[in-house]
Design a protein around this ligand. Structure first.
Ligand SMILES: *[C@@H]1O[C@H](CO)[C@@H](O)[C@H](O)[C@H]1NC(C)=O
Ligand SMILES: *[C@@H]1O[C@H](CO)[C@@H](O)[C@H](O)[C@H]1NC(C)=O
Ligand SMILES: *[C@@H]1O[C@H](CO)[C@@H](O)[C@H](O)[C@H]1NC(C)=O
Ligand SMILES: *[C@@H]1O[C@H](CO)[C@@H](O)[C@H](O)[C@H]1NC(C)=O
Ligand SMILES: *[C@@H]1O[C@H](CO)[C@@H](O)[C@H](O)[C@H]1NC(C)=O
Ligand SMILES: *[C@@H]1O[C@H](CO)[C@@H](O)[C@H](O)[C@H]1NC(C)=O
Ligand SMILES: [Zn+2]
Length: 397
């Protein structure tokens, strides 16, 4: 019953805005701010070398923002590589149009469903004490370059959970982030709740996104964040088969509710950060916080609050806080970690760059604190307003 993240709706609105731009001005478009400034201004040289890319993806991809098709040769090949008998057999969960399970009580306890029961099973939900895992979801978008400019100013890296459909749409921003050494991770192809998908659909959603990132950036992510935090043991089993670690969060800005026409103000998001910062001296753990690079105002909130996060915690990507120097399948690429790994490419076995795995690479950080935060939860009024926005946006598709 608790809606943790409505960014599917948000993503649909964003897509509607983009799609309508080609034809006519619409309310959704009119509500959108001016495009981000040119990325050409002072973008540092890539620290991760990228393959050539001419703007056209070589592989056939499913239509954007629809559940990835499963009846393709690629999906058949991907499924063949997995051991489906090792995947726990829990039922596909029916969802309402509003984004909640239709019958939450029917979800078995041993499915370990996080959204419904807060159950964790090897998911990463926090960083160690004193550390803030910076994560931005739902990109890349037309607003992303503003965020990346701000991150570059302090050489700050973050984990970016990308929607495959958006990678095709905004590939220039994605290429920039890949080269900058941010941790690129997967957030599905179409942003539907994972447990609402069949095994085959979920595999297609992950692997098409992975393939797009590989074509564009030359590497294969191994971290995943479930849209809405929606994950259970069936989904975890599929992720294990595909070599993925799941990342949830212990603090939620609810910034996605700042959608145009939404129910949350910048001041409320700032207040959530105020409270966490005030509580920091008594923290017994670090955090992983949910933010979005989805709208102009979520990016504005992210940029405005970054400096005080940097003053309060050691801020870094999730892979860095769990000391995983190799968050991509290609182990010749290294990203910086808390215990001293240096970002770069290492094809020389004697190099000291990118070889530091001392300190361990186990990725599960156990949780002790409850994950509920003090920020506003979605009210019924908020939901109906958002749904009204969706209906409006959909009418322009
Ligand atoms: C761009 O790359 C794609 C995929 O590799 C290729 O099919 C296409 O011919 C290339 N186009 C140009 C103009 O080079
Ligand atoms: C597939 O998984 C099952 C259950 O874990 C296991 O018994 C079996 O050996 C696995 N098959 C292969 C080919 O790895
Ligand atoms: C990493 O290794 C792979 C496989 O050997 C290679 O194709 C790729 O170009 C290498 N990546 C970089 C950035 O050197
Ligand atoms: C590797 O990690 C250790 C332990 O954190 C650190 O002392 C060392 O400086 C690191 N070495 C490199 C080459 O980054
Ligand atoms: C790595 O070091 C070994 C031992 O010092 C040396 O024999 C070898 O040639 C080096 N390899 C490279 C690629 O530099
Ligand atoms: C990582 O996990 C493996 C298996 O669970 C364990 O054997 C190993 O000791 C762990 N390593 C560290 C550094 O915690
Ligand atoms: Zn999302």
């Amino acid at each position: 019953m608790l809606l943790k993240d409505l960014s599917l709706i948000c993503a649909v609105i964003a897509f509607s805005s983009v799609a309508s731009a080609a034809t006519a001005t619409t309310k959704a478009k009119a509500a959108a701010p001016a495009p981000s400034p040119s990325p050409s201004q002072a973008v540092p040289a890539p620290i991760i070398p990228l393959p050539p890319f001419n703007g056209t993806f070589a592989n056939p991809y499913p239509p954007q923002f629809t559940i990835a098709a499963t009846n393709t040769p690629l999906v058949a090949q991907w499924l063949k590589e997995l051991n489906m008998t090792a995947v726990p057999n829990f039922p596909v969960v029916p969802f309402t149009a509003g984004g909640d399970p239709s019958n939450p009580k029917a979800i078995p306890a041993d499915a370990c469903d996080w959204t419904e029961t807060n159950c964790i099973n090897k998911d990463i939900i926090q960083c160690p004490k004193g550390v803030w895992g910076l994560t931005y979801d739902d990109g890349p978008t037309e607003f992303s370059e503003q965020l990346y400019n701000a991150l570059d100013k302090t050489d700050q890296k973050a984990t970016l959970f990308y929607i495959g459909s958006n990678v095709l749409q905004n590939w220039q921003a994605a290429r920039r982030a890949c080269g900058a050494g941010h941790q690129i991770a997967v957030h599905t192809w179409s942003h539907h709740p994972s447990t609402s998908l069949t095994n085959e659909q979920f595999v297609a959603e992950i692997k098409y996104t992975e393939l797009a990132i590989k074509e564009l950036c030359g590497f294969t992510p191994t971290y995943f964040r479930p849209p809405y935090g929606d994950i259970d043991n069936r989904i975890r089993g599929l992720l294990t088969q595909m070599g993925y670690t799941s990342v949830i969060w212990d603090l939620d800005t609810n910034d996605w509710m700042m959608a145009p026409g939404g129910q949350r103000t910048m001041a409320q998001v700032d207040q959530a950060f105020d409270q966490w910062i005030a509580a920091a001296p008594k923290d017994t753990t670090g955090h992983i916080c949910l933010e979005h690079e989805l709208y102009q105002n979520t990016v504005d909130a992210a940029i405005a609050n970054l400096p005080r996060l940097q003053q309060t915690w050691k801020t870094m990507p999730v892979s860095a806080c769990v000391n995983d120097p190799h968050p991509y399948k290609e182990h010749n690429i290294t990203l910086a970690t808390m215990n001293g790994a240096v970002a770069g490419v290492n094809n020389n076995p004697n190099s000291t760059t990118g070889t530091n795995t001392t300190g361990g690479s186990n990725t599960t950080v156990p949780t002790t604190a409850g994950k509920k935060n003090t920020a506003a939860t979605l009210t019924t009024a908020g939901l109906s307003t958002l749904l009204a926005v969706v209906v409006m946006a959909l009418s322009h598709l």
